[in-house]
Design a protein around this ligand. Sequence first.
Ligand code: PMP
Length: 771
Amino acid sequence: MTPPAPSLVALRTDPPRFSIDEAVGLARALFGVEGDARLLYGERDQNFHIRPASGDGIVLKIVSAAEGAAAIDYQTETLTHLLRTDPGVPVPRVVPTRDATPYGWTNDAAGTAYLVRAVGYQPGQPLEGAAAGHTLLRDIGRMLARLDRALGGLAAPPHAAPLVWDPRSAVSLRHFTNLIPSAERRRMVERIIDRFADLLPSYSGLRHQTIHNDGHAGNLLIDGSARAVAGILDFGDMIHGPLAFELAVPAAEIDGDGLGPLDSAAELLTGYSAILPLDAGEIAAFYQAILVRHALNITIQAWRTAHDPTGAAKLDGTVAHAVAALDTLLSLDEAKSLALLADAGQPIQERRRRRLGPGLELSYQRPVHFGRGEGAVLYDLEGRGYIDCYNNVPSVGHGNKIVADAIGRQMAEICSNTRYLHHTVLDYADRLTRTLPDGLETCLFVNSGSEANDAAWRIVKAVTGHTGMLVMSNAYHGITDAVATLSPYYGARIEPIAPHVKALEAPDLYRGRIRGDDPAAAVSYAAAADVAIAELIQSGHGVGGFLFDTGFVSNGILDVPAGYVAAVVEKVRAAGGLIIADEVQAGFGRTGDTLWGFQRYGIIPDLVTLGKPMANGHPVGAVVTRPALLDRFTDRVEFFSTFGGNPVSAAAALATLDIIERDGLRAHALVTGEFFRNGIKKLAQYHPAIGDVRGSGLLIGVDVVTDRHSRGPDPATARLLVNRLRDRHVLIGIDGPHGNVLKIRPPLPITQDQVGRALDALRSALESLQT
Ligand code: PMP
């Protein structure tokens, strides 16, 4: 049976014709808003922007006489509901009349009554006419998903007749396809509609709800960056139907910048799925609804050409676009198109598992998806801020414009390699070595902490001729085969710890063999090095050296006994070994008291390895050593890293070091870290789960225990705390051999206020343990 024909009369684009002066008078009389008026586009309503001397003003809407008051009441209810349910969705707010009613009335000269209403003017640029990049398309998808999530509970709109722009209306509009002048286009449109008519009954099983159904470029505003949606307008075409239809309008009508229609649809779907994933059936319906939207545009254009020439002229561009898009979409293999959309529509966790493998760990029980960051705050896709107390890599703050500009400028100029002369890497090496003790003056640039340790290890072997190495128990130094062997950290290696590697007992004053401030601790723990050295000599490996993380992070961020490091260093040197200070975690001012972690122990290493925070997230690593040591290595091998020391990396590292020094971030880390630790110690007075608070500057470890007497590590509670903090929008991590030490190492510019809020969240998370 053919569904009832929608009333095409509603398509006539003859909005009311009030004058500018009348609009000014209506705004004043009905809404008490005094300002000049500017006519805005309206398909059915006549819209004016009323601009007062200050503020954004209102949009005065003189509603088409064809529209019923029930539909307007429904829009008012919807906008109010949206604002209450998700205030982050940028929709206009309803402006009541001076009598506190949702709308008023006026008459034209002929005595016809018109409903007059007002909404807040949404600032922003119209998307119409602009090409949408990937980021914007995804944001449109996300915003429409948030809108749909909020619309979920609403009743169906009270349409008197089926709405023309409801994709399902295409079936009855099939009557009008004979108005399409080109026989070829007509057949294309009919095929699409007939196929859709066949499929429609199967869509009854899909999720249905109220949807906006009108997210085309004319109804979307974008912000100044052209990367985010700033406004969603026009709630006059809402329908109750398959959720899957929502994205069909933007997918059909918004041009992706340099993207074909299918790729644009995929981007929109990726954004949408991050909030509201669609299943395979819904994705297939989405695809059909895109085709149908184009078919509707072509058919309605044909009807308008016959019945409403003014409206038809406005649709010309849309139709040319619809024809081109259909030509492209229909030339593609449909199964492949659906597969591409299904990939894009997969929840991001699924895609990640498939493309990056299931082994890649994801933080938090409820993983977070961030869109941007600023300073010590990360913002999720819905714009909610999280205080980042975990990421040490963006050492001078997320989204740092100075570093970004340095990278951009250099990249636009030249990015080559160290086999050509270039000053940037030398400028950086000058500055870097100036911060290190005399003698440590030659740099070997690589691309990660792992590579730095790998190169340092090669230098040690080449210089000493020994192959034995001392490391700390549970140490982590990176992912290369050789360095993984130097990493007893659980999970870092496939093989058991190798015979050439000796792991030293951690000098853990909280849970170790000797505790507290026992003066014998340093000597006693360091004695483990004697045993290790003797074994390495005996096995013929000899002592190449000692590699240690100067923050003792994977040991649980230990405060090691005074004199311990110096004692081990002395023993290793006496056996002919070299000292590698791994500053990947603690370097660049994190510990506050000194720029480099090793300086806290009164030693001067032979090699220093750098990574993570070095260039605020740009991948850079380095080994700094004495010239004679490097010479003895490079005499024998040619060491060249294609990307290592390239001008862009050097510019990024230079800008980062500049900011650390210029903004006094080391001193800031010292003070802010102390404030943070003291705050946690205060919480410990009431919360026995906190057994110990350690670290220096903005490298903080909190040892979570089952009870303070036994000091038993409590990894389960630590995990609970990390997840509950995440729910309270504070990010931290876990480390230590038992997985029970809260790891806190925020970007250095974190403010005292942000630390205060993180402490509040920690208090609340700790209190939640007791319920
Ligand atoms: N050394 C230490 C102390 C580290 O913590 C890490 C990384 N967690 C590395 C080396 C390896 O650095 P990357 O991941 O950049 O290779």
